[in-house]
Design a protein around this ligand. Sequence first.
Ligand code: GLA
Length: 634
Amino acid sequence: MRRDLQRRRMIILILLFIAAFLLYRLSLPSPQKPSVMLPRKSGLLAEDSHFLLNGIPYRILGGSMHYFRVPVPFWRDRMRKMKACGINTLTTYVPWNLHEPRKGKFDFSKDLDISEFLSIAGEMGLWVILRPGPYICAEWDLGGLPSWLLRDKDMKLRTTYKGFTEATEAYFDELIPRVAKYQYSNGGPIIAVQVENEYGSYAKDTNYMEFIKNALVERDIVELLLTSDNKDGINSGHLEGVLATVNFQKFEPALFSYLSSIQSKKPVMVMEFWTGWFDYWGGKHHIFDVDEMMSTVSEVLNRGASINLYMFHGGTNFGFMNGALHFHEYLPDITSYDYDAPLTEAGDYTSKYFKLRELFGVYNAEKPLPPVPSLTLKASYGAVDLKRCLPLWEVLHLAGEPFKSAEPINMENLPVNDGNGQSYGYTLYETTIYGGGKFHTKGNVRDRAQVFANSQSVGTVDYKKEEVHIPEVPAFRKLAILVENCGRVNYGPKIDNQRKGLVGDVYLRGKPLRNFKTYSLEMNSTFMSSINEVHWSDLSECKTGPTFYQGALNVEGSPTDTFLRMKSWKKGVVFVNGKNLGRYWDIGPQETLFIPGPWLWPGVNEITIFEEYEAGQTLFTVDTPILGKTQYVE
Ligand code: GLA
């Protein structure tokens, strides 16, 4: 009897011990959980049909978010939302044009603090795939290449042309040591690095990809290298010893088969699965059906492949940073990079987000997924109280001494910015004419220009309309050509032809115009604050034409995100407290501009608009974006 009791006690003790042990094991981080705390043995390996991370099978559930399209105060919020959706890997490009705005002058501060971005990702338990280019495509001006490269008339972008390789090496000398610290093997979150971007679709120089690869490796990039190509370039984009990955939106079995044929027994990865698409001015807002999206994502995962959602959160092309496409027609991208992605431009949830969360919840090793963070507040602050105006003609002296030349000079080759030329914005070319007649651009205006005779607009020229009539007046007059760089092409062969401003002669009555005074109007922060120092007029005193308008947006309490409704304004740029929000244009599709809450302050906020044609009647903020009439991605 006593023995029986003892045995039972013993059994209970053993069971308790087993239960305690099991509970303890369950409380340990899951071995696949991307915790930066785990002892590290080996980084991401692609030596079998699936990836191994730290020796354990790992499936990449990736999401793209570009730090340069999202204000710093939002980085954590967006990453938290990624984690809660089941994303385990964050992918970002690196924009050379922002990091080296002038040759040899680098900027890695504030919104460009890539080290901070990488350390936050690590802290959040997100692995990172870094895509440092130097060319990144991304609907970004010149695919991220700095415009000062174009000062060399023989420049051959994305090749082993000496001028390009030397500039790339100098840039990588600055960039790569900053990011190499954040590699997996150094305790950081970077598990892979991409070599260039879709080079197969360009493929001008057979030595170039090897050069970029070596430039990374020589600077201590030791993690897995990969290339990424779409169906047009997959045959020629990949490199010996570098994992090839593919990009698509509709499932392409042929691309998967191709990958297996060139690299058998390697993990299959869709580096860019396009969750939506970008928009261009004059088009519609692209949307991609959520169910269609889910069926492709499921298909990819069912086949055991890894995936990265491009974009998971698109953000905004603030400033003049949008790119353009030019195949049959020049089409500049809009300011919003909402992309119809799972998180909206302003970081809000969509139905795509929740459906992906359900699916990724099954595949992610982290279970359960973290709870969905609360929404970021949006507000409507009502009307902007427009107060004053200032015609462009009255502030030309603030743009610096005009450059005098017999022939017109393109913006990149103007002697401004310590020999780096003008990169973005507007350039004004002035000369003197006698009489009127046919003004013809012969295709030399990039990208569009308003033409003025004695400050009176006589019309706009662009790629399609190359001619305007200047009314006959038997007198000398000032002819002014205000050229806007609407954004450099970021994809396709035209990338080789992206100098802006006047890129050759323009004609009056068949004769090339000569003797120009050229003003570089970059609308940079120095210029924008200097215009506040001069005398402004009452609203009633400004007529049509390129004019600055200024007003106050009153914010009560602590500011939240809002959207500026550009109803009845024609075309121009908006600045909030000195920050360039981007362009607006009444041809749509976008009708509102996103104002991030952190760019506002309690009380009075200064709104400055540069309107090219005619001011709208009112200006007000709303709490919901209007991205325009929609169209399914084809
Ligand atoms: C390609 C590029 C990306 C981007 C997408 C379209 O895949 O690699 O940078 O331009 O197209 O959004």
